[in-house]
Ligand binder design. Structure first.
Ligand code: 13P
Length: 253
């Protein structure tokens, strides 16, 4: 384990009043969060500005975006730029979630532009990868996952990729209650880290945070996070309750 990171991806859930209640519940327990953990919440974009006001000067949790455009400004109706996110104090940005790859046709070249745009604005990309069930069953899943990483990230300079967080999220585990076993997750995390070591070097590979995502919850986080190459989790459903998010964030040995 190189880093300890837990990020909550709230996706398109909660109305504003519910989201404020969840933030309040998290704030009420802030002393109980392990201070060694990089804790991140990624609420829906319209709430980022108000959340940034509440969380300014708070060190125990950082804000992340769920998506961003790859240019800083211009005539791109409806898009949110990394410069705008930076100006709010957003420190992390999810890129390439499978829900965006599938529903919005985001391909490797768009994702690599989004990653670069975040880095340029000092926002840490949380780059997602992962395979569908039929790919897992076909036994080419390792190369499938590595191609996603190779095509979007391996042109980055060593000092750029060192800053990245990668989230391995098998699509068959997202929102299904069917978590990857700790052995299945560790196998992929180890593969990712060793490929980064061969492409760059071991020092770089050890700096990259590698998170697991997909039905990670208060019951299974400890076992997953105990694996050598699992640096934490990207949490969907279980991040929508303060208690389970706290249990997950404190699940490191
Ligand atoms: P669940 O934890 O709800 O399976 O979602 C995982 C995820 O997609 C996080 O980005």
């Amino acid at each position: 384990m190189t880093r300890k990171i837990v990020a909550g991806n709230w996706k398109m859930n909660l109305n504003y009043s519910e989201a404020k209640t969840l933030l309040k519940d998290l704030m009420a327990q802030k002393e109980q969060f392990n201070a060694d953990v990089e804790l991140i919440i990624c609420p829906p974009a319209p709430y980022l500005s108000a959340f940034a006001e509440v969380l300014k000067d708070q060190e125990w949790v950082q804000l992340g975006s769920q998506n961003n455009f790859f240019l800083d400004h211009g005539a791109y109706t409806g898009e949110v730029s990394p410069t705008q996110l930076k100006s709010l104090g957003v420190k992390y940005g999810i890129v390439g979630h499978s829900e965006r790859r599938d529903n919005f046709n985001e391909d490797y070249s768009m994702l690599s532009k989004k990653v670069k745009a975040l880095l340029k604005n000092d926002i840490t990309p949380i780059f997602c990868c992962g395979e569908q069930l039929q790919v897992r069953d076909s036994n080419v899943y390792k190369e499938f996952i590595m191609k996603q990483i190779h095509d979007s990230l391996f042109k980055l300079k060593p000092e750029e990729i060192s800053k990245i967080i990668i989230a391995y999220e098998p699509i068959w585990a997202i929102g299904t209650g069917k978590t990857a076993s700790s052995e299945q997750a560790q196998e992929i995390h180890h593969l990712i880290r060793s490929r980064i070591a061969s492409q760059y070097d071991e020092k770089v590979a050890n700096k990259v945070g590698i998170l697991y995502g997909g039905s990670c919850n208060a019951e299974n986080a400890k076992e997953l996070f105990s694996q050598a190459d699992i640096d934490g989790g990207l949490i969907g459903g279980a991040s929508l309750k303060a208690d389970s998010f706290l249990t997950i964030a404190n699940a490191f040995e």
